[in-house]
Write a protein that binds this ligand. Sequence first.
Ligand SMILES: Cc1cc2nc3c(=O)[nH]c(=O)nc-3n(C[C@H](O)[C@H](O)[C@H](O)COP(=O)(O)OP(=O)(O)OC[C@H]3O[C@@H](n4cnc5c(N)ncnc54)[C@H](O)[C@@H]3O)c2cc1C
Length: 490
Amino acid sequence: MESSNKSNRQLNGGFCYPNGVKRQARSPSAIVIGAGMAGMAAAHALHEASIQVMVLESRDRIGGRVHTDYSFGFPVDLGASWLHGVSKENPLAPLISRLGLPLYRTSGDNSVLYDHDLESYALFDMDGRQVPQELVTKVGEAFELILQEANKVRKEHTEDMSMSRAFSIIFERRPELRLEGLEHKVLQWYICRMEGWFASDADTISLKSWDQADLLPGGHGLMVRGYLPVINTLAKGIDIRLNHRVTKIVRHYNGVMVTVEDGTTFVADAVIVAVPLGVLKAKTIKFEPKLPEWKEAAIDDLGVGIENKIILHFDKVFWPNVEFLGVVAVTSYGCSYFLNLHKATGYPVLVYMPAGQLARDIEKLSDEAAAEFAFMQLKLILPEASAPIQRLVSRWGSDINTLGSYSYDAVGKAHDLYERLRVPVDNVFFAGEATSMSYPGSLHGAFATGQMAAEDCRMRVLERYGELELFQPVMGEEGGFYAPLLITRL
Ligand SMILES: Cc1cc2nc3c(=O)[nH]c(=O)nc-3n(C[C@H](O)[C@H](O)[C@H](O)COP(=O)(O)OP(=O)(O)OC[C@H]3O[C@@H](n4cnc5c(N)ncnc54)[C@H](O)[C@@H]3O)c2cc1C
């Protein structure tokens, strides 16, 4: 299935064997790079369409930012765990419902900011005193008002600005919205939650684009048994090569040649690049010829943030029976929150979720120190807390297979960057959460772009073999960006 880089290769379809012998002459073929949700959705669709497909994955596991761990004796997700939009409109819904996987709905609200209903929070001040529930609700309403004011600020300014700059303008205009004392701290906690959604700090989130993603109906639901069964289903029957880190993609007029770290090369008619934005930004994969400038600019300009999970397993439940425990503070950086998995799964587990700069700072600590930090936050609000018996710590920011948790709109950059990232360059197709205009940063966005890349790729490959009799509409999203024509001779 593979060829040494010294062997003679013919790029006319099919994967080469080490001796250059092809598995099947003139058989349409594609390589998918990355076995995350986007890559697996693409590979599955190509396989179903009888295109020879091989997946090259750098890690020793599939799933990418879906990482369900079973070391506690039950599933916990270190990456994605919610289905945002629990409804039939969600591209992932048919697969999840076909598998009969249970979801625990944490919120019926479709808002990006409230994946938990307000009444399911228990917020505490640093001294361990619980914030009265009426105050949590009242400040939640004030935050809604602030966001409405932010909309006005957006309309008044042609230039983009950060969310934190917009908040400052609003507080200057309407000082009463700044709030005082405990209310101010609770407001910071709401901002902290917003930062968690974008995996980025308020001073880097774009006012113009923060709410431009499409929201699906049905609220937010936790995957009680973890997300891995979904990935495993897509992976069934697919030729997946683990520990194959791609370093080079060479595009020829009649195919592609993909090289992995140890120098082995693979050839096919087309390639779908489904690696994370952070990996593309790091430029550890060399493209020959170089990617066009508009594509490189999209890679550079899109934001990628960090959110991590520190998962603490206790021998018993000692915390209140709420879904979310929060610590409020004078700055959003100082705030924190824990997801109570016991509510959804019945296991005594709390998940601490730092984002933005805090997540970056915690990644500098050892796993032990990071877990200790999370536990100390818990001790602030529950001094009687017993120490965890097991822990898991994610490092999505420094993991070379990801280099960031998910994409977001950076200040001053166009929202159509996602579409620019998606648009293929000849027979090199792109998929992944950061190529989704409608659902960036999400698992269903990654899934939809994988399907769309597969369909585009299938059409291209079949055209080449003269087998495409019927042009079918491309599935997935339509964006407003028109890539310049790829002209090789000017
Ligand atoms: C902590 C956290 C919580 C999240 N929570 C949610 C949530 O609740 N709901 C939700 O919808 N989304 C959530 N997300 C986002 C969601 O996980 C991602 O949007 C989605 O999983 C991305 O899928 P992908 O296929 O685009 O990328 P990935 O899953 O990252 O897949 C890319 C694959 O490429 C591989 N790769 C990288 N470099 C190379 C290389 N050089 N050669 C070969 N392979 C390579 C990687 O190892 C990886 O397997 C969360 C993300 C994080 C980090």
